[in-house]
Ligand binder design. Structure first.
Ligand SMILES: [Zn+2]
Length: 128
């Protein structure tokens, strides 16, 4: 079980950004939000990483922005920005998402389609 200091260490990874909290209480607030909005420490780490990626604004998020980001990062790392195989001949005309099947249009049977199908199932099951 992760303790509060672990979350404090995670938010301090953002120390290289601009507009950092000026008071220790500001860092503590970020850690508090991160702990409350993340499923586990690994998830929390991936949430923080989003603010450190190339192209991200070099600005420390507010607690509200951190909470918003937590919502958009999937708990299951496999569902977090999945890498999709290229579209096959059958699903390419549908933008790589569907193909013609006997009963109409559905997820393709190629590697890309199977990944999308798994994501559909995970979302329906509330995993994401
Ligand atoms: Zn396909």
């Amino acid at each position: 079980m992760a303790v509060f200091d672990d979350y404090l260490s995670l938010v301090r990874r953002m120390s290289g950004l601009e507009f950092l909290p000026q008071a220790p209480e500001g860092w503590a607030e970020l850690a508090k939000v991160l702990r409350a909005r993340s499923k586990n420490q690994e998830h929390a780490g991936r949430i923080v990483s989003r603010f450190l990626e190339p192209g991200a604004p070099a600005r420390c998020p507010t607690p509200g922005e951190l909470a918003m980001m937590a919502k958009s990062v999937a708990v299951d790392p496999r569902l977090d920005r999945p890498e999709l195989a290229p579209a096959c001949e059958e699903c390419a005309p549908f933008g790589g998402t569907h193909h013609y099947a006997r009963n109409g249009v559905e997820r393709c049977v190629c590697a890309r389609g199977r990944t999308l199908r798994a994501l559909d199932a995970a979302r329906a099951g509330g995993v994401v």
